[in-house]
Design a binder for this molecule. Structure first.
Ligand SMILES: Nc1ncnc2c1ncn2[C@@H]1O[C@H](COP(=O)(O)OP(=O)(O)OP(=O)(O)O)[C@@H](O)[C@H]1O
Length: 710
């Protein structure tokens, strides 16, 4: 509920006296202004007869006003707003004997002179009776703060329920409110019950002896009316709660003036300290720049935290004793009152929604929305879209659709509902995860091949640019099959198995000199390319094996599917027969299936399980086949590329360039494209000078000679 900011309302009330200091205190006709004249305080013993005057403007001055008039001015609107769900606080502040208790509680022996609390209780119950469209629950609590100790003034009454048990402690609610843990709350149904509690609490108040006033109370008292109201007519309307704090503060006189000693002096110390903390809190509240307000310094400020700075309609009554002897206390009380007037609160209704009611309301709304959806479907001439959550059977169906779609046996999936789309995504995700898992398993399985790839890296042929997941020829093989060695050799039979068509297609037979590529390729596979060729064959073998497995699985699944179809139609037949002959029932009237139908049902379930398992296996085998195919392709590319380089290197480069590529030369032979290689060679030769060519030629010839003689 949005809150608007509101000032604390402040009133002054004077205790009637025959010696009213007319020459010092003046009430202006606007009934809001008090002017006070007072001699300035003497400093360092120097008598100062100079008079000073102060003017205080408040919300109302209550001089010679009856208890009823005071109630109407101060409390009436706060009480009515509490019945609507706003928190309220009315506080009486002032020196001892100034009439705080008289204003708040009144004279308990005189009905006419009853104060704000009894009148507020009467008004609450009067309103409860009037407002027939609401039910009200009213609870009372009575807290006393005596020498920084919390006392439950109604603890002696057994009926109450405590806001959590244990010692009394002030706790802050998450919403910013404050409550007293352990304080008893007493339900009351009429004003008489309420008065009983008030008087019981009053009796329990600690009364201290005091030089100024024998019956003066030496403690702060907070009488709270807790109200809860629910609508009788609107069952799902939110309910409201409120707290009306009626606070009678202890007297604020100066210690020196009390002339008391012992316990009473200690009491006065506590009172002064807590009132001074109250004043500090008020000063902090009125200072917009202050972020921290020291509410926790005393029990009083802490318990009034939400009344002073919270969502509350707050009213202060500043009680003054208008005699000349009390003029300093009067001034101090009026200063406090003026400060308090600057405090702003944010009154707002405490609205709550019953959780059970909220659930019912939301269910109703869902129902309405569903109806509206089906109405839309009808108007748009669409089949009614199911909005319920999916059953296991529906989820299975979607899963099967997704699997068929991925396998390519289903062209498209018809969109039916949002839930179906969501489930479809879930199934797609599962399929991807499954494939990922298989891939991981496979890469572990083929780790040997991947390791060989690292060997390629270590050879240092970075320029080759072939980051393939394949084995590379080992150093040994490279040495054994130097280009010159294979040159002119007879082509040997390929014992290593079949060559893929694409491998031979890539080689245009060219039988001029240099040698025919087709024959050279066969030669290459036996020599320098033997290791990569071996891996290629190995991978092809695995691929064939997986393809064979896939073929068998497909056949098994198809046969299983045929069985399922057959059993389903038999089962359907059984059901149709049963429907025409009537349902067979057991002793207790429960439906009993025919034996044949039961066997079919069990068999069908088993077949479906078998189908599901085989299907999962099929998916993972398909993934394996794809992976193996990928490996074979990569191997093949590698084989061809290396062959090309080897061929160029062996037969197409001039002899001097071959020298540079030869073992011990400045450029490593291998997988560099021939144009790039030639470019590099010319750069090297140029860099080293023309004599380098003949140098390398000579060196190469020598190496060659040595090899041939070996
Ligand atoms: N407006 C009033 N009309 C008639 N009598 C009053 C009025 N105000 C105070 N009195 C009387 O003055 C006396 C002191 O008043 P009260 O006990 O209310 O003072 P107090 O401020 O509550 O003092 P303390 O701080 O000790 O609690 C009481 O006997 C009370 O009846």
């Amino acid at each position: 509920m949005s809150a608007h900011s509101s000032e604390v309302k402040v009133f002054v009330r004077t205790r009637p006296t025959a010696c009213f200091a007319q020459d010092l205190i003046e009430y202006l006709p606007d009934k809001q202004t008090v002017n006070v004249r007072h001699r300035r305080e003497s400093r360092k013993g120097v008598v100062n007869n100079q008079m000073s005057s102060w003017s205080f403007k408040l919300d109302g001055v209550m001089h010679n006003m009856s208890q009823e008039e005071v109630y109407q001015s101060v409390a009436h609107s706060v009480v009515l707003r509490a019945l609507e769900g706003y928190n309220g606080t009315i506080m009486c502040f002032g020196q001892t004997g100034a009439g705080k208790t008289y204003t708040m509680t009144g004279a308990t022996e005189s009905y006419q002179q009853r104060g704000i609390i009894p009148r507020a209780l009467q008004e609450v119950f009067y309103e409860v009776e009037q407002r027939v469209d609401h039910t009200f629950s009213v609870f009372l609590s009575f807290l006393e703060i005596y020498n920084e100790t919390l006392v439950d003034l109604l603890a002696s009454i057994k009926r109450g329920r405590a806001v959590q048990g244990g010692a009394l402690t002030i706790v802050e609610d998450p919403g910013g409110g404050v409550s007293v843990k352990g304080l008893t709350l007493h339900p009351v149904h009429n004003e008489e019950e309420a008065f009983n509690l008030l008087f019981e609490g009053e009796m329990n108040r600690i009364i201290g002896e005091h030089a100024l006033n024998k019956n003066s109370s030496r403690s702060h008292c907070i009488f709270t009316i807790h109200i809860e109201s629910r609508s009788r007519t609107l069952s799902d309307a939110p309910y409201v709660t409120s707290k009306l704090n009626l606070v009678d503060l202890a007297g604020s006189e100066r210690l020196s003036k009390t002339g008391s000693e012992g316990q009473v002096q200690r009491e006065a110390l506590y009172i002064n300290r807590s009132l001074s903390f109250l004043e500090q809190a008020i000063i902090a509240l009125t200072d917009r720049r202050r972020e921290h307000v020291p509410f926790r310094q005393s029990k009083l400020t802490h318990s009034l935290k939400d009344s002073l700075g919270g969502n509350c309609n707050t009213v202060l009554v500043a009680n003054i004793y208008g005699e000349a002897a009390q003029i300093e206390e009067t001034l101090s009380t009026l200063r406090f009152a003026t400060r308090m007037k600057c405090v702003r609160t944010q009154p707002s209704i405490n609205e709550h929604i019953d959780p059970a009611l909220q659930v019912r309301r939301l269910q109703k709304e869902i129902q309405l929305l569903k109806q509206e959806l089906s109405l839309h479907d009808t108007l748009a001439n669409r089949a009614v879209v199911p909005n319920e959550s999916l059953s296991d059977r529906q989820v299975d169906e979607i899963k099967s659709q997704v699997q068929r779609y991925l396998a390519g046996t289903l062209d498209e999936i018809t969109i039916v509902s949002i839930r179906q789309i969501q489930e479809m995504f879930t199934q797609f995700k599962k399929a991807v995860e499954q494939e990922q898992k298989v891939k991981e398993q496979l890469s572990q399985k083929y780790s040997l091949v991947e390791k060989s790839e690292n060997t390629v890296g270590s050879v240092g042929e970075v320029e080759s640019g072939f980051g393939l997941g394949l084995a590379a020829p080992s150093q040994k093989h490279t040495q054994a099959s130097s280009p010159n060695k294979s040159k002119g050799k007879k082509i040997k039979e390929n014992k290593g198995g079949t060559v893929n068509q694409s491998e031979t297609d890539a080689l245009t037979p060219n039988c001029d000199s240099p040698p025919c590529k087709f024959e050279a390729f066969e030669d290459f596979k036996l020599g320098r390319g033997s290791e990569i060729n071996r891996i290629l064959k190995e991978n092809k073998g695995v691929l064939l094996e997986r393809m064979d497995q896939l073929h068998k699985l497909t056949q098994a699944i198809n046969s299983c599917k045929r069985d399922i179809d057959h059993m389903s139609s038999e089962l359907q037949l059984c059901r149709e027969q049963r429907q025409s002959q009537g349902q067979f029932v057991g002793e207790k009237g429960e439906p009993v299936l025919e034996e044949a139908e039961l066997i079919l049902l069990v068999g069908l379930r088993e077949k479906k399980d078998q189908y599901r398992q085989s299907y999962e296996e099929l998916l993972s085998t398909k993934a394996e086949v794809r992976y193996c195919q990928h490996l074979v392709d990569q191997c093949r590319i590698r084989l061809l590329t290396e062959f090309e380089s080897w061929y160029n290197e062996s037969f197409l480069l001039p002899e001097e360039v071959q020298t540079i590529f030869s073992e011990g030369g400045p450029i490593r032979p291998g997988l560099i494209p021939v144009d790039k290689a030639l470019n590099l060679v010319s750069q090297t030769l140029l860099a080293e000078g023309p004599s380098a060519v003949s140098f390398y030629n000579a060196h190469n010839r020598t190496v060659q000679r040595v090899r041939n003689t070996q």
